[in-house]
Design a protein around this ligand. Structure first.
Ligand code: ATP
Length: 300
């Protein structure tokens, strides 16, 4: 038996960050959207356990750990322990989500592994248990399971779908150099020593999503980590200006960066913006959201 599960990258339409909690995590109020950039994860029945990887030609394979340190190994171990099993299967990751790009590629792989191994092992984990295991693996993993557009609270792991009546066109510009998420949060803590205990709700953004209005959504996009990310990577400010000058309604850093995302009014506007940005950047992707969370795409 061989099964392929596809899991999407996320972007943050809103990322509100509070003061660190006692457990060290930052409280978040996040609006996630799953977009059409995917990792595919294929599992085949086997007696032992193995993980291998191929990457898109613009991704540096050496940045993805193998041999136990990959998040899919942890996903397999947790799911197996939940059912009193030992992990088994040959797992193959086909990666197109930027690594350390603020797009939760590792979390997507973890979500894909949970969905794929649940089927491979025939264990029929309940949705509630799968979401709990996902939350243990990482704050962004539950969202990678549900996809769509969702509000994330807690440390981002408590997710609920929100009303979204748009088809949103995005241009994404990943960086060849990733950025350390903890370093960006550390710098945020220095910049904003008086962050709130619970970041406020992004009411205007939620209304723009519900209305399906790209101009209102563009005006409401917000990322509390953006200043910290720009301080660590000053070149990104020029990229955001260039994308907006090329016709995007708005450009922002997504998550902890360094990927920048540009909301465009239409498919044509996105293609034109991308064409312009490609004169200075090697990798410029055009995509839409929202798309589904981790889901099987082939089964033989
Ligand atoms: P974060 O969830 O920290 O915001 P990100 O989206 O910026 O992450 P990821 O691509 O998820 O970045 O990877 C963060 C780090 O996790 C990588 O630098 C890598 O060392 C490690 N990692 C472990 N497993 C994976 C995986 N399957 N894919 C990508 N990175 C992985």
């Amino acid at each position: 038996m061989t099964l392929t599960v596809r899991a999407p990258a996320k972007i943050n339409l809103h990322l509100g960050v509070g003061a660190p909690r006692e457990d060290g995590f930052h409280p978040l109020t996040s609006v996630y959207q799953a977009v059409g950039v995917y990792d595919d994860l294929t599992v085949t029945r086997a007696d032992g356990w193995s993980v291998d990887l191929v990457v898109a030609d613009w991704i540096d394979r050496s940045h993805v750990p193998l041999g136990g340190a990959n998040i899919v190994d942890r996903a397999a171990a947790l799911l197996a322990a939940h059912h009193g099993l030992v992990p088994s299967g040959d797992l193959h990751i086909d990666k197109a989500i930027p690594v350390a790009g603020g797009m939760a590629g590792g979390s997507a792989d973890a979500a894909a592994a949970l969905v794929a191994l649940d089927r491979l092992w025939g264990v029929e984990t309940s949705d509630a248990d799968l979401l709990a295991i996902a939350a243990e693996l990482g704050s962004d993993v539950p969202f990678a399971l549900i996809g769509g557009t969702a509000l994330g609270t807690g440390r981002g792991e408590i997710v609920e779908p929100v009303a979204d009546h748009g088809t949103w066109w995005w241009v994404l510009v990943p960086s060849t150099e990733g950025m350390s998420t903890p370093a960006v949060y550390r710098h945020f803590d220095e910049l904003v020593p008086d962050a709130p205990a619970v970041p406020p709700m992004p009411d205007a953004l939620l209304a723009a999503l519900d209305a399906g209005d790209p101009h209102a959504l563009a005006a409401a996009l917000h990322n509390d980590l953006q200043q910290a990310a720009l301080d660590l990577r000053p070149d990104l400010a020029g990229l955001i200006d260039a994308g907006e000058a090329a016709g995007a309604l708005r450009g922002v850093v997504t998550g902890s960066g360094p990927t920048c995302v540009f909301l465009c009014e239409s498919a044509d506007a996105a293609r034109a913006t991308a064409a312009d940005l490609r004169t200075a950047h090697d990798v410029v992707l055009v995509t839409t959201g929202a798309v589904a969370g981790a889901h099987p795409v082939s089964y033989v």
